[in-house]
Design a protein around this ligand. Structure first.
Ligand SMILES: Nc1ncnc2c1ncn2[C@@H]1O[C@H](COP(=O)(O)OP(=O)(O)OP(=O)(O)O)[C@@H](O)[C@H]1O
Length: 636
């Protein structure tokens, strides 16, 4: 909090900040004080002083009823500003509701609403207000309503576009994975995170509302006599502009000064907010592990927790199939690593397990069993319950995986409240307990803090703590250490290993970094172009891999002991895009061993020993012990 306070103070010390503050205090001060001090002077009719020019008694003259023009202009400040603020608040509430509604409604209704919002934004708000004034009638109330409705689409569009950006965050994905309801996601996770731009917009809108309300009053649609705002005074004063110019000029000047004040206040608010976001967005260090020590054995594996058979993910709109016939299983107490270059289908495979493949992706499989239940055959409510309690996900970026606007303890507690039906107090106690279990020091205090006060490593620990709230049987960790530096990485890997050991959970550990995977996994699935091309125990990774791609991945790991004068080993070429897959083996265009036959026919994934499978026409003959004949295919 201290950082944001000092940032705010810095902006307020600039000439723009100081002048805005002075103007704001002056406008608000006049609005509060003037009606109390000058009320009777502004309203007392004095037939002896009608239409007088400037004098010592009436500094800017009087109106046709002998009322002091300066006093009336100052007194009108309160009504003008109050109406502008009410208009803005109504516009903001209606707009924010309309902008957030598409996230709560179904896809079609949501799209219709977004299209309507976009259409109404294109319509000039003052014209819309004039049109609506015919419906709501003249008067201050009607003017506020019409203008608020005319300005609401601006708020709605801002809400929708900023919310759409936030909706892609990991913490929203995590909340969806926890099957938190849409309305709750909007209220708890989205709105608090878009509050800043909305407040900035609202501040500027007060200025615009003030100008527009004055316009409506001037045209006779707004405030009606005997009440008066600046627009009304301007309209009354125009008749005598040649005899008493101040009658028109004073309200004009007041409108300009107050309008400018709120528009400047919006500018200052923007600077405060953007300064804060710049500081928040400070880049973090990303370091990959330099060495690849073989992982400790995580002990004997138990029952099958996840069984996936012939899983495909298709995007019909693009005609692509980025995951193609993937089959594997993960047992209790086991850590299975999934490696492969970017785009190989690792994350989509995990998303398919968690029913999180984005629309319009289609997931098909002959089996997709989690904790003994085939999730494809469950009704939506039961599927949500099984996924919400049996599966937990730890995301790559601990900065974006936790909602910055919600206390850490509350975020953890939400899991137990939604899925275990725990009371607020019991869920909070469990959250503290889980933070302690993942070695967060002073867990009670930390639970009350916001993620911004946690270091990257602590946030990732907190995420792991969150994954333990519901005693999951499977944890999917998608690049959980990629955004952390090497020392923190070690700690997170050790923690994940402990979690698996102590709770007998299964861990599917996804990473593009084979060195990191080799530190934690006991078995490795190597993915390439949407398929598993090799499965092998981690102990076979360095010396006994069968697929040329796996061997190339291992060779590309930098070694501390290597001769630094030699160039690093790399794999030539790039993996194929899902819409441009080769006919035969998808690795053939980059494979040093490939021949014409490899390019003509894709190799099947065949068993070559216990826990060993490979999809290659030319695996070395001495790997994996005796070949299994089951499923083995020959070319030609
Ligand atoms: N929503 C989507 N619509 C269409 N294609 C998608 C979508 N999401 C992913 N893909 C494509 O699917 C392929 C596999 O993506 P995926 O994210 O699973 O790869 P990955 O192996 O996890 O890579 P990375 O390590 O970069 O996350 C990529 O080619 C990607 O472009």
């Amino acid at each position: 909090m201290r950082r944001s306070t000092s940032g705010r103070a810095a902006v307020l010390r600039t000439p723009l900040g100081i002048s805005t503050l002075v103007l704001l205090v002056a406008v608000v001060g006049v609005a509060v004080v003037a009606p109390l001090v000058l009320g009777s002077r502004a309203e007392t009719i004095d037939v002896a002083a009608m239409d007088q020019g400037m004098s010592a008694q009436h500094l800017f003259g009087t109106d046709p009823l002998g009322r002091d023009l300066l006093a009336r202009t100052l007194v009108a400040t309160r009504l003008s500003v109050v109406l502008a603020v009410i208009t803005t608040v109504v516009a903001a509430v209606v707009g924010v509701l309309a902008g957030a509604l598409p996230f709560v409604l179904g896809r079609r209704l949501g799209r219709l609403l977004v299209a309507t919002i976009n259409l109404s934004v294109a319509f000039p708000s003052l014209l819309l207000a004039l049109f609506l004034a015919m419906i709501f009638g003249v008067g201050a109330q009607g003017a506020v309503l019409t203008l608020a409705l005319a300005m609401a689409p601006g708020f709605a569009r801002l809400t929708h576009s900023t919310a759409a950006a936030v909706a892609g965050s990991d913490y929203i994905a995590a909340a969806r994975l926890l099957r938190v309801g849409r309305a709750r996601i909007v209220l708890r996770h989205i709105l608090p995170n878009i509050a800043e731009p909305l407040v900035v917009n609202a501040t500027t809108t007060v200025g615009t509302a003030l100008l527009s309300l004055s316009g409506l009053s001037y045209l006779g649609f707004g405030v009606q006599a005997p009440d008066y705002d600046w627009g009304r005074l301007l309209s009354d004063g125009l008749g005598s502009i040649y005899t008493t110019p101040a009658a028109g000029l004073l309200p004009c000047a007041a409108i300009v000064v107050a309008g400018l004040t709120f528009i400047l206040a919006g500018e200052v608010a923007t600077q405060v907010v953007s300064g804060r976001s710049r500081r928040r967005g400070t880049a973090r260090r990303v370091v990959t592990a330099p060495v690849a020590p073989v992982a400790e054995d995580t002990g004997p594996a138990g029952d099958v927790v996840l069984r996936v058979e012939d899983l495909t993910v298709t995007f019909p709109d693009r005609g692509t199939r980025p995951v193609r016939g993937v089959s594997f299983e993960v047992r209790a107490g086991e850590v299975v690593g999934v490696v492969g270059e970017s785009g190989s289908g690792k994350s989509l495979t995990a998303a398919a397990v968690g029913a999180l493949v984005p629309h319009p992706g289609v997931v098909e499989a002959t089996r997709l069993d989690l904790a003994g239940r085939d999730v494809r055959r469950l009704g939506r409510a039961e599927r949500d319950r099984v996924l919400g309690t049996s599966l937990a996900t730890v995301f790559q970026d601990p900065m974006s995986a936790l909602n910055p606007a919600v206390r850490v303890g509350l975020q953890l507690a939400e899991v137990s409240r939604v899925h275990q039906g725990l009371s607020r107090r019991a869920a909070a106690a469990r959250a503290v307990d889980r933070l302690a279990a993942v070695d967060i020091p002073s867990p009670e205090r930390r639970a009350r803090e916001y993620p911004g006060t946690f270091s990257g490593g602590m946030r990732q620990r907190a995420m792991i703590g969150m994954s333990l709230m519901a005693e999951p049987s499977l944890i999917i960790a998608d690049e959980p250490t990629t955004a952390l530096d090497v020392t923190v990485q070690q700690g997170v890997l050790a923690l994940l290993r402990d979690v698996v050991r102590q709770r007998n959970a299964a861990l599917l550990f996804i990473s593009h970094d084979i060195a990191v995977v080799s530190r934690i996994a006991s078995r490795v699935l190597v993915m390439y172009a949407g398929q598993i091309i090799e499965e092998l125990p981690v102990s076979a990774l360095v010396d006994d891999a069968a697929h040329p791609y796996t061997r190339a991945l291992v060779a590309s790991i930098p070694d501390m002991g290597m001769d630094r004068r030699l160039p690093l080993a790399t794999i030539d070429g790039r993996p194929p895009e899902p819409d441009r897959l080769p006919v035969g083996c998808s690795f053939a265009p980059r494979c040093p061993l490939a021949d014409v036959g490899c390019a003509e026919q894709a190799p099947p994934l065949v068993a070559i020993g216990e826990n060993r499978r490979v999809a290659c026409w030319k695996p070395p003959s001495d790997v994996g012990g005796p070949r299994s004949t089951a499923g083995e295919g020959g070319r030609g």
